[in-house]
Ligand binder design. Structure first.
Ligand code: TPP
Length: 345
C-alpha cells in the first residue's frame, strides 16, 4: 500500500513547496484562494448579523485542508463532491466570490441552484462540482457513483468526496467506502475532522481516535494529516490522487482541523465548547501559518501580499454589491428542476 495510517509530520524547510513540485506561482495561488474563502465568509457573517441574509455556514479554520487537497486535483476533468463548509474547494474548482454571494442571498442567478438551496449546497455541472443534498454523507455515495461512471467510461478522472467526522457515522459513509473499496474506484474520501458535529464532540460520536483507521476495514489506506498545514494536506492528497488515477482504488484522508465559528449562524458554540479551546486553535490558523511559511521562503513579499489583499477585497466587495441587488427567483421558476427537462451543461 502506498500510504499507511500515520501522522504525516509537518516537514519544515524553505524549499518544502519545491520538493512537492509547486512553483512559487502555484504556492501563492493556494494562499490567495485560502484568503478569498476566508474573506467571503467573514463578509457573510457581517451581512448576516446586520439582518440582510438569514444563514451562514462557515469554512473558517478549514481552508488549509480544503484548498490543499483540492489543489492536488485537476479542475475541469476531476470531480468533487463537497459538503457545506467547502468554500475553499469550490473556489479552487472555479466558482467565484460572486457565485458564493448569489447563493448566500438566494438569488435567481445563483449557479448552484437558482436560489432554491440553502447556502453551502454547492453544485456546478460545468465545473464538475456534484450538487449536494442536505442529509449529511449522501455526497459520498454520489462520489462513488461518479467514480464508477469514470471507470466504466475508461476515464482516469478522480473524484474527491469531502465530509465531516459526524457524517462518518452515517450508514451512507460505510456503503460508499465499502462499494468503492470492492470496485477499486478512483475516489479520495476526505474527512475534515473539526472535532464536533454541531454540539456533539468526537468522543460521543465514535470510540476511536482516527476516522482514518476505518479505511483498513474497506481494504484501502487511511492517512491522518494535520489539516491546518496546507502543504501537508497537498502532499497526502497528491499521493491519494495518483493512486486513484493509477486505478489502485480509494484512499481515506483524515485532515484534523477545527472550525473557528459556531456550527452555523444559528447556534451558540459557547454552550458546548470552551473559549480557551477556540483560542488555542486560532493560534494554529492555517492561513497565518502558511503566510509565515511563504514569508520565510521569501515569496510572500510585502507588495505581493498587498496585491493579494487588494484583489481579495475587491472581489468580495464586487460580489456583495452585485448579489445583494440581483433579482430573486420568480414564480415562473417554481417548477424548474422539479420535473424532467433538458439541462444544459
Ligand atoms: C442525515 C442527517 N442528520 C442530521 C443532519 C443535521 N446536521 C446538519 S450538519 C450536522 C453536523 C455534521 O457534523 P460533521 O459531519 O462533523 O460536519 P461539521 O459540520 O462539523 O463540519 C448535522 C447533525 C443532517 N443534515 N443530515
Amino acid at each position: 500500500m502506498a500510504l499507511k495510517t500515520t501522522e504525516v509530520e509537518a516537514k519544515g524547510g524553505r524549499s518544502r513547496r519545491r520538493s512537492l513540485g509547486l512553483s512559487d506561482e502555484q504556492a501563492l495561488r493556494i494562499y490567495e484562494v485560502m484568503r478569498l474563502a476566508r474573506a467571503v465568509d467573514e463578509r457573510m457573517w457581517l451581512i448576516n448579523r446586520q439582518g440582510r441574509a438569514p444563514f451562514v455556514i462557515s469554512c473558517q479554520g478549514q481552508e488549509g485542508a480544503q484548498v490543499g487537497i483540492a489543489a492536488a486535483l485537476r479542475p475541469g476533468s476531476d470531480w468533487v463532491a463537497p459538503y457545506y463548509r467547502d468554500a475553499g474547494v469550490v473556489l479552487w474548482f472555479g466558482m467565484t466570490a460572486r457565485d458564493q454571494m448569489l447563493s448566500f442571498f438566494a438569488r435567481r442567478e445563483d449557479p448552484n441552484s437558482g436560489g432554491r438551496q440553502m447556502p453551502g449546497h454547492f453544485g456546478s455541472r460545468r465545473l464538475h462540482i456534484v450538487t449536494g443534498g442536505s442529509p449529511v454523507a449522501t455526497q459520498l455515495l454520489h462520489a462513488a457513483g461518479v467514480a464508477l461512471a469514470s471507470k466504466q467510461r475508461k476515464e482516469d478522472a478522480v473524484t474527491a468526496a469531502f465530509f465531516g467526522e459526524g457524517a462518518a457515522s452515517q450508514g451512507d459513509t460505510h456503503e460508499a467506502m465499502n462499494f468503492a473499496g470492492i470496485h477499486k474506484l478512483g475516489v479520495v474520501f476526505v474527512c475534515e475532522n473539526n472535532g464536533y458535529a454541531i454540539s456533539v464532540p468526537q468522543s460521543h460520536q465514535m470510540a476511536i481516535q482516527n476516522v482514518a483507521d476505518r479505511a483498513a476495514g474497506y481494504g484501502f489506506p487511511g492517512v491522518v494529516v494535520d489539516g491546518n498545514d496546507v502543504l501537508a494536506c497537498y502532499e497526502v492528497a497528491r499521493q491519494a490522487v495518483e493512486r486513484a488515477r493509477r486505478g489502485e482504488g480509494p484512499t481515506l484522508v483524515e485532515a484534523k482541523t477545527y472550525r473557528f465559528t459556531a456550527h452555523s449562524s444559528d447556534d451558540d458554540d459557547k454552550r458546548y465548547r470552551q473559549a480557551e479551546e477556540v483560542a488555542i486553535w486560532r493560534q494554529k490558523d492555517p492561513i497565518q501559518r502558511y503566510a509565515s511559511y511563504l514569508r520565510e521562503a521569501g515569496i510572500l513579499l510585502d507588495p505581493v501580499e498587498e496585491e493579494i489583499t487588494e484583489r481579495v477585497n475587491q472581489q468580495v466587495d464586487d460580489a456583495t454589491e452585485y448579489a445583494e441587488q440581483a433579482p430573486d427567483p420568480t414564480v415562473d421558476d417554481l417548477t424548474t428542476f422539479v420535473f424532467k427537462q433538458e439541462i444544459k451543461p
